[in-house]
Design a protein around this ligand. Sequence first.
Ligand code: NOJ
Length: 737
Amino acid sequence: MTNITFIAAGMMLCAATALSAQSLSQPKDEARIDELMSRMTLTEKIGQMNQLNGMGLSKDMRGSVRSGGVGTILNELDTDTINELQRIAVEESRLGIPLIFARDVIHGFKTIFPIPLGQAASWDQSLVEQGAQIAAREASSTGIRWTFAPMIDISRDPRWGRIAESLGEDTHLASVLGAAMVRGFQGEDMSAPDRMAACAKHFAGYAASESGRDYNTTWIPRTQLRETYLPPFKAAADAGAASFMCSFNDINGIPSSGNRWLNVDLLRGEWGYDGVLVSDWGSIEQMIPHGYSADLAHAARQAADAGVDIDMMSHAYDRHLEKLVDSGKIDIAQIDAAVRRVLRMKMRLGLFENPYVRKTADAFYRTDALAAARRAAAESAVLLKNNGVLPLAKGVKKVAVVGPLADSGRDQVGTWCFDAEPEHSVTPLKALRDEALEIIHAPGLAYSRDKSSESIAAAVKAARRADVILCFVGEEAILSGEARSRADIALPGAQTELIRQLRATGKPLVLVVMAGRPLTIGAEVAMSDATIFSFHAGTMAGPGLADVITGRVSPSGHLPVTFPRMVGQVPIYYNHKNTGRPAADITLIDDIPVDAMQTSLGFTSYHLDAGDGPLFPFGYGMSYSTFEYGPVTVSTGPNGTVTATCTVTNSGRCTASDVAQLYIRDRVASLVRPIRELRGFRKFTLDAGQSADVEFKLTPDDLGFWRADETFGPEHGEFDLWIAPDSNSGVPVTFNY
Ligand code: NOJ
C-alpha cells in the first residue's frame, strides 16, 4: 500500500475580511493618471463614469465617444465596430482615453463550461481557473476585455433562479473558487491581450432575497453579512479583482447602489479596495422604485456619495452629476477618486498602449478548450445514487436514450451564455451514438415543461427493447438565471410521469438530471437505479456525461448546495444553528394517530411532513469506488496552529477521486455557532487499494468568527473537527483551543 500525503491549508477567509486588500495601483500608472486628470474637464471626468449599452456605430454612440461622454461600453460584440469606436476614442476624442468593452462572460464565451453552480460541484480550483482563462481567451479575441463575473453571491435558496450562476451555499468553497475565477480571467498580468478584467458581483447579499424571488428585499444582520456573504468578495479583492458590481437588492432598507456603509466605509475604508465599483444595470435609477431616492438627480447624488464609480445604464451620472458638483452637493474629490479608479483599470488592461484588437482566426472551440470543457462536464456530475447499474456493464448493448434533455443543445448550456452557439453543443444523444452501443432514441417529451403524454408511449416502447434506460430530464435553460425564480422546484411538466412509466418497464433506469438549481427529486431518485445530477454542463455535456456513464471517468462531483426534500424546507443549508431543541423523536404526519393529544408527540425542531434534514446534504457525491476515512488526529502547534490528519483509502475496485472536507464546530461561543463549518477541502485521486494521509493546517483565525461587536477572532474552548466526504458524515474529534 503506497502512502502519499496531501496537504491543504485552511484559508483564513473569514479573518481575511478584517485585513486590507492588496492595492491595485502601480506608481508609474498613478503619475500618468495624475497628469491626465489635470487636463480633464468635469464633463470628461463624468464621461468616464458613464457606461452605455452598445448601439453599433450609431451617430449617438460616435458622438458620445468623440466627446468623451462615455468611458465603457457593454454588449458591443462586433469586432470591427469595437475597433472603430476605439479609434474614435483614441484619435478623435480630446484626450484620447481608450474605451473598455464589457460583456457578461459568465461560464464561457463560445466554448461553454458548466454553469458556475456545476463548476462548483467539481470542487476543483484549477479546472475552474482554466475555464475562466479559456473564456477570457475567447472573449478578448473579439475585443471584450471586461467580464461581469465571477458571481459569488452565497446562495442558500434554490428557488432563486440566479443560484445557477453562483458557486453555491458555502462561504469557504465560493471564496476559493471565486478567487480561482478571478485568476483565470485576469492572469498574472491583465494587460496580456488574451486576459480580461474580472468583476466580483453582486455586492452584496443579493442571494438572500426573501422567498427566493429575484430583486427582493434582504434583511441581513451585520455579523451574518460579514460571516456569510462578504468573505468571497474579500477573497476576490485579495486575488486582485479589477472591479466589483453593486447588487440590486436593498440590505436592511438601503439599496446597495446607495449604501455608503457597504461601499465606502467597508469596501474602500476597511478593506482598502481601490478597484472599480460599477452599478448593476439601472440599479441607480431603481433606487426610485425602491423608495430610497425621490428622483434621478437624488439617486445620482446618493450613488456618487456611496462610492459607485460607474453608472451602468441609469443615465443618472451623465444627466445630473455635473449640476450636483457645480452646486456643491457632490465634492469634486469624490468624482476624481472614481475617475482615477476607472483610468487605473484601463491602464492595467494595457489599453493605452494596445487599444485595438487583432482578429484571431481560430480563437473559438480550440481543442484544449473543448477537452477542458469535457473534463469540467464530467467533474461537475454528481452521482447521487447507484445500485450498481453504473458504469454500464460491458454486456450492455442496447440503450434507450429518452427524456427531453437528451438532445437539447440549447438547454444543456444553461443560463447566462448569450454568445453560445447551440449548434456546437455535443448533446448526450450525439455523444452516446459515438460509443459502441445501439442507441434507441425516443424523447418522450419535447421539452421539460411539456405536459402532453402522447409521446411517452414511444419512449416506453424504446425502453422495453433496451438493456438499460438513460433518461435525461431536468429544466430548460430558460427556467433558471436572472428573474427566473420558481416557487415550486419539482421537475416541470410530465417528466415524473415519464419516469414512472419507464420504471414500470422493469428495465434498469438511469436518470441524468440537467438543471440550473437543486430540484425536489426524491420520488424520482427513488424510482431510479442510478441518478446523476449534472446541472447544465455546457458545450461538452454529452461527451463528459458519456465518460461518466461508460466508466472512463469515475464521478467525483460533490454537491455545492443542499438539496431539500420539499421546497417548504427552504432555506435549508448545512451550516445552520442547532436550536435549543434539535430534531429528535421524529413522528411524521402519516404516523400521527387520529385524535392524538398535543402532548403525545415530541417537541423538537423539524417539519411534520418533511422530517429533518435534506434529500442530499452539502458536499455529498458518490463515485464508482468507495473511500474509507480513518480516524482523525488533531495536534496543536506553535502560535495556536492546529494540524488535522486522517488516512483515506480507496477501498473499491477502480481509480477514483474524492473530496476530503474539513469541518469544525465551535461548541460554546458568545454567539451561537453553526453545527458545522467548512474550513478546508482537498480533492484527491487514488488507485484502487491506495491510501493517503490528508493533512489540513488551520490557524487560530480559521477557528474565529465575527462577534456581536463586529470584531473577529477565535474564542477559547472546545471544538469538534471532522474530515469527511460530505457535511453529514464522519466522526468528530474534539480538541481544546
Ligand atoms: C444585470 C445582472 O444583474 C448583472 O449580473 C449583469 O452583469 C448586468 N445585468 C449586465 O448585463
